[in-house]
Each structure stands twice: as structure tokens, then as C-alpha cells.
Design a protein around this ligand. Structure first.
Ligand code: G3I
Length: 316
């Protein structure tokens, strides 16, 4: 195969995909690459299914942006990953600042997850139900959900999502869990507990916002997550570097992409890989890490970088 999704499917996986955002869908040259189902078999909305976009005021749901991306995926025969139900970021003030007591917040979480997941019932292959719940040291993140409800917000969200769309695979998703460590252990322990309690969880999403030349041991950690009896996905892959990127750096980046893809290929439970947008033109990285970027497989001008060959090599 010479295209990324076709190569992933040939390797026995469900998809290779990309995140995208609504403002990018008016860029014709960008869309011409994104809509090719042989290249990208799966789409994730980078922003438009988040809480601030879907329930800006309590009980007032808006799906315009999310629907545009869901319809794009459907029109092009691509799987959809929903992103996300419960996250401390991009959360409207009415959730963070209202001082809800535990029973009210529990109902707010349940209504939000149930309504958003339910709106896309039958359209989403998977949902990131819980996003970024842990600190890097493996302790729970101090946010309105944990501080009000303790760990109970997690089963509440998963149960609401399952009831709303019984066919969607329900994930917990986080970063800095690509290799062994305290945070990966915290996720493993939570997933084991949830499964023992009968909470409906199907997968672990490993974001994989990585750095050129500094990969953790993904092969080991993906296998460890898979051994818990859930599926695993690499959900937000990009591999950043200091700008400007030299040709030596781009060669190392090619090897790093290959290593990440080969790690997924080698773990039976790993179902697919999503890049957090396919092109540097729309990468989140330079906005967050000053002086860094060039993290995606295609460059600013929508030209493939050596990383594209690295991905193909990884699936081969
Ligand atoms: O919509 C507003 C617009 O009205 C305003 O004029 C403009 C000015 O800054 O900001 C726009 O909002 C931006 C939003 O993206 C939509 O474009 C925010 O500033 C910007 O912070 C936000 O960034 C997103 C980021 O999540 C927020 O945390 C990125 O696009 C998105 O790629 C990124 O994605 C996250 C995943 O959801 C979770 N994992 C990490 C990943 C990367 O940060």
C-alpha cells in the first residue's frame, strides 16, 4: 500500500486517521487530501464536540460544528472518533463556577455525556469519554469533577455514554502514558477497577504528543494496556521538534513515526492511529510550545515529509 489507511488496514488494523477542525474544511487543497479514505480512514474533531462547543449553557445543546465533521466523515466513508465528554479544559464557566453540589454535578455530567453521545448514536466508532483525568505523578487532577464527586464522575460518564450509544467503543484518553510510569500505572489501575466493577469501558487512548528523538517505550506500554482486556488506540499522534527542522531532524522524525506505528502494529489490541492533524499548517504545537513545531507528517505547504514514509514502513 502507498497510502496510510490502506497500509493500516493491510496490517490488520481498523484505521489510520486524522484530527481536523471546522475552519480547515474551507481549505480546498487541505480537504482534497483529508477526504481520501485510502489515506485517512478515520476523523476526529479537534474542538467542535467539546463541552464549550456543545453545551455552552446548561441544557442548551449545539451540534452545528460537530455535525459538519461527522457529516464529512460519513460522506467520505471514514470512521468517527468522538472527542470528548468530560475534560477540565474548554469547559464553560457554568460548569466550573456554579458551585454545584455532588448530586447536581453528577446529573450535569450524565446529561452532557448522554446527550452528546446520543446525538451521534450510530455514527461514532469510539468516544473519548474521560479525557486527561490524571496528573503526571499518577494522582487525580484537581478539577471541578474530581473535587466535587471524587472518582465517581468516571462511572457516571461511562454509564451515560453506554446508555446513549451501546455500539460506540468508550475510551479513557490521556497524554504522557505512552511509556511505563506513574501516570500509565494510574490509568491501568483505574481501568482494572472499572472493569471489576462492571463499568462499561472499552479502550485506552494514548494521545502521543511526542518529541523527536525522545520516544518512550510504546511497544511495552501498549502491550501492557492491551493485557487489561481493553482495546488501545493512539489518538493524537504528533512528534514535535525545535524550529527550524533540519533534514537530519526530519530523518529522525521519520524513524520515530515508524517506531510508533510499529508499536501499534505489534500489539493485537491496538486498533488504530490518529494524527493530531496531518499537516503542520494546522498543528496546535507552535501555539502552545513557542519555537517548536514541524510535528505532523505533511508540511506547511501540504507536501509529504519523510514521516509519511516512516508511517508506511511502520505498517509494512
Ligand atoms: O474559538 C476561539 C475563537 O473564538 C478565538 O477568537 C480564538 C483566539 O484565540 O480562539 C479560539 O479558540 C481556540 C480553539 O482551539 C479553537 O480554535 C483556543 O484559543 C485554542 O486554545 C484551542 O486550542 C485547542 C486545544 O486543544 C485547547 O486545549 C486546539 O485547537 C486542539 O487541537 C487541542 O487539542 C487537545 C486535545 O483536545 C486533548 N489533548 C491535547 C490536544 C492538544 O492540546
Amino acid at each position: 500500500a502507498t497510502k496510510l489507511n490502506a497500509a493500516a488496514v493491510a496490517a490488520g488494523k481498523k484505521y489510520f486517521g486524522s484530527a481536523t477542525d471546522n475552519n480547515e474544511l474551507s481549505d480546498t487543497a487541505y480537504v482534497n487530501i483529508l477526504k481520501d479514505g485510502q489515506q485517512f480512514g478515520q476523523i476526529t474533531p479537534a474542538n467542535s464536540m467539546k463541552w464549550d462547543a456543545t453545551e455552552p449553557n446548561r441544557g442548551q445543546f449545539t451540534f452545528t460544528g460537530g455535525d459538519q465533521i461527522a457529516n464529512f466523515a460519513k460522506a467520505n466513508g471514514q470512521l468517527l472518533r468522538g472527542h470528548n465528554c468530560v475534560w477540565y479544559n474548554q469547559l464553560p464557566g457554568w460548569v466550573t463556577n456554579s458551585g454545584f453540589n455532588s448530586s447536581t454535578l453528577s446529573s450535569v455530567v450524565s446529561t452532557h455525556c448522554g446527550t452528546v453521545v446520543g446525538h451521534y448514536k450510530g455514527q461514532a466508532y469510539a468516544w473519548d469519554v474521560i479525557n486527561e483525568a490524571f496528573n503526571d505523578d499518577g494522582t487525580w487532577r484537581s478539577d471541578v469533577f474530581y473535587n466535587t464527586l471524587g472518582q465517581a464522575f468516571v462511572p457516571t460518564a461511562f454509564q451515560a455514554a453506554r446508555a446513549a450509544d451501546p455500539d460506540a467503543k468508550l475510551y479513557i484518553n490521556d497524554y504522557n502514558i505512552e511509556g511505563p510510569g506513574a501516570k500509565a500505572n494510574a490509568v491501568s489501575n483505574l481501568v482494572s477497577t472499572l472493569k471489576a466493577q462492571g463499568v462499561p469501558i472499552d479502550g485506552i487512548g494514548v494521545q502521543a504528543h511526542l518529541i523527536v528523538g525522545q520516544l518512550p517505550n510504546l511497544a511495552q506500554q501498549l502491550a501492557s494496556f492491551g493485557s487489561l482486556g481493553v482495546e488501545v488506540a493512539i489518538t493524537e499522534l504528533d512528534i514535535r521538534t525545535t524550529l527550524p527542522a533540519s533534514s537530519a531532524t526530519l530523518q529522525q522524525q521519520q524513524r520515530d513515526y515508524q517506531t510508533v506505528i510499529a508499536a501499534c502494529k505489534g500489539v493485537a489490541g491496538c486498533v488504530g492511529v490518529t494524527v493530531w492533524d496531518y499537516t503542520d499548517k494546522y498543528s496546535w504545537v507552535p501555539n502552545t510550545f513557542s519555537g517548536q513545531g514541524a510535528a505532523c507528517p505533511w508540511d506547511q505547504n501540504l507536501q509529504p515529509k519523510p514521516a509519511v514514509q516512516g508511517i508506511l514502513n511502520g505498517w509494512a
